[in-house]
Write a protein that binds this ligand. Sequence first.
Ligand code: GLY
Length: 389
Amino acid sequence: MFKGFSRASLSPPRVAIIGAGIIGLSIAFELVFRRGTRVTLFDTRPCGRGASWAAAGMIAPAFEAAAEAGVHPRLFDLCLESADLWPEFSADIERLSGLPSGFEPAPALAVAMDAGEAAHLAAISDVLTTRGVAHRKLDAGELARLEPSLSGDVLGGLELETDTRVDNRRTVTALLAALQANPRASFVEGPAPLKARDGRIVLDGYDAVIVAAGWETATIKVDEAGSLRSLVNWDVALDDIDCFGGQMLSVAAVPGAPARVVRSGHVYLVPRGGQVVIGATMEPGRAIDTPEDEIIATLKAEGAKLCPALAQAPVTESWAGIRPGTPDHAPFIGPTAAPGLLVAAGHYRNGILLAPVTAKMIADRLMGEAVSELATAFTTGRDYAVAGT
Ligand code: GLY
């Protein structure tokens, strides 16, 4: 088990991060700017252009985690803790990059179009009330006044103070710019030459390696030995990260388009830069990179059921992305069974939301700081059967 670096070390540790999506970039940002560490990011693809670019940018602890069945029992706590970190994370990104972070802390609306959705919102509200988390129950008339774009078929809903949004494409752009301008950060476009040596996985020239490669984490190559997937003796759990494809589109923000995040069942509408993002499918086991016309048309129609003005809005973009998910839909954050190799992957639907808390937890581990009780709940090797009950 990795014990962290000694505080007495004379020079800051050299850290390699494999994967330069929002998770890898946020860890690098935390290490470089808040902990004084030197970092190299390795990625075979353009930085921040995978799931981080495909995401809609919702920061949605209540809707995504308060009343989800079968998920890690502490997922909601993790999501709340990270949502609390977002304002400061955003301010630091803006200060250090000179660019907008895209963070917009306006509360989202979750609305019900049928009795099943109303029951789900009631379950979310019950959990939030029990936990003392701010939210408001709204009837159809109140919702129509707050968000006139909504369909007259909306039955009622919730205003969720914890659930906000960020323009994730701006966030990764700003994170990248801040890191590229700092001499303690460097980037390698290509694979990290990992080696299996003396019971360890090492990268020559680095003191520790963090693998943050999303759904591809287990496929990262290790020398002649194969991949992290094949090195099951070291950490079989990494192979539990599966892919969950998602397709979505954006349309022009025509008059009558929603001004804030609106969600209902699996459909969400997110205003972003003069457009409205409409998402998303959830396709377990599909590593898709191209959107399908029929699916995109269906999603658009579902979005227009929620906000009728969107029916006439021209499509500006459609795309597909791949969420990385573990069996309990919560990320792996922390050490692996291989000394010196840490993991930060498997964030499922919450990669954007969970970026700051993941970065903090990984940095605490690396720097030998106190590891929070919450952080210990998200290491590999946990019992999903117990977690899922
Ligand atoms: N967080 C929304 C999604 O993954 O579709």
